[in-house]
Design a protein around this ligand. Structure first.
Ligand code: ZN
Ligand code: ZN
Length: 363
């Protein structure tokens, strides 16, 4: 079966800050080690909203992504529509989801496998690709992907839910970066956004106990409960640090994950961490963060900043999803058609109607 791809496609592109418009542009052609993907569905990520307003962390050859007919969007799934020269790893029609980063493959970080920390970030001319950040992403009918970013989509997941695989990969990467979770170890997450919720789901799946969520919004706390949190803390009503200590025999949690980005919460998360425990910073803090580093040092706490979904974590997250070890479906709250992408973005941005993951479904 060979579907001819059209010559042009509809794509949302960035104008100036805060501007997004639909244009007709040529369907890109896959090069060696690349495939063309027909987009099936794409989720709006908080980072897309960041890019829309500030440009960063999207960058094209070291420069701002504005006014370059650049298409953002990185949490998508779809179908292989065309394979590039020499590609025999994937066939037309394969249902896939894609991780974001294909590093340059030539810098020391890429050679160490840390391609989300590539030193040639944004330089397509040096081979670097990051979907929707440095190369055109998925708010379009088609997107080119390096084959090393493709992951087979779990069959039982709908197109909409399948877009969450990348988010699950980020949580998996965080747990990997911290040195891996051992069943029975305790874990706390502060902030029940999509990434915080995925940390809950994956940690629970891997045997963490207890799994604790601290989140001020009631609907989000409930969601954390659905995804496997054993204990839900409302930090507006009770002192989350005291609660975590009480729940862990006065010692603090073995693993803590800061997924809120709220500066004051970052320091609380430090105080929730056990001696010799590990703290993962998974959110972009909205400001400089005053932290009690003496406490970190004197308690031998290890801190890990993670970027993206490195070390093929998306593949491992997809394996857990494929085995139905957890159900991410509740995180997907809204769906919009492609024409209404700006509406989808504003729903995600304003968290309208309890929106968590807003997905654009192609027709
Ligand atoms: Zn994202
Ligand atoms: Zn590199």
């Amino acid at each position: 079966m060979r579907n001819e791809t059209p010559e042009s496609m509809r794509a949302w592109v960035l104008g100036g800050p805060g501007e997004i418009r639909m244009i007709e542009k040529p369907v890109p052609q896959p090069g060696p080690a690349e495939v063309l993907v027909r987009i099936g569905a794409i989720a709006v990520c908080h980072t897309d909203i960041e890019v829309l307003h500030n440009g960063h962390p999207a960058m094209i050859e070291g420069e701002s992504p504005f006014n370059k007919d650049f298409t953002m969007g990185h949490e998508y799934m779809g179908y292989v529509a065309k394979t590039g020269p020499s590609v025999d790893e994937w066939q037309e029609g394969d249902r896939i989801t894609a991780e974001v980063h294909a590093g340059c493959g030539r810098c020391p970080k890429c050679r160490e496998g840390m391609y989300t920390s590539c030193h040639n970030y944004s330089y397509r001319s040096k081979g670097h690709r990051a979907n929707g950040f440095t190369t055109d992403g998925g708010f379009a009918e088609y997107a080119v992907n390096n084959i090393n970013t493709l992951v087979r989509a779990p069959d039982h997941l709908s197109d909409e839910v399948c877009t969450l695989t990348v988010t699950a990969g980020t949580a998996m990467y965080g747990l990997d970066a911290m040195g891996g979770l051992v069943a029975g170890q305790s874990l706390v997450v502060t902030g029940a956004g999509p990434i915080g919720l995925m940390f809950i789901a994956i940690a629970k799946t891997l045997g963490a106990a207890p799994v604790i969520m601290s989140e001020p919004r009631e609907d989000r706390r409930e969601m954390a409960g659905k995804l496997g949190a054993d204990i839900l803390i409302d930090p507006m009503k009770e002192d989350p640090v005291a609660m975590v200590r009480e729940l862990t025999g006065g010692k603090g949690a073995d693993f803590t994950v800061e997924a809120s980005g709220v500066p004051s919460v970052v320091n609380q998360t430090i105080y929730m961490t056990n001696r010799g425990g590990r703290l993962c910073l998974a959110a972009f803090a909205t400001d400089l963060v005053p932290t009690d580093l003496a406490y970190v040092v004197s308690n031998n706490i290890y801190m890990f900043g993670i970027r993206g979904e490195g070390e093929s974590a998306v593949k491992r997250a997809a394996a857990l999803l494929g085995q139905k070890r957890f159900d991410p479906a509740p995180i997907h709250t809204h769906t919009f058609p492609f024409e209404e992408t700006p509406m989808a973005i504003s729903y995600a941005e304003d968290q309208t109607d309890g929106a968590i993951k807003v997905v654009v479904k192609m027709d």
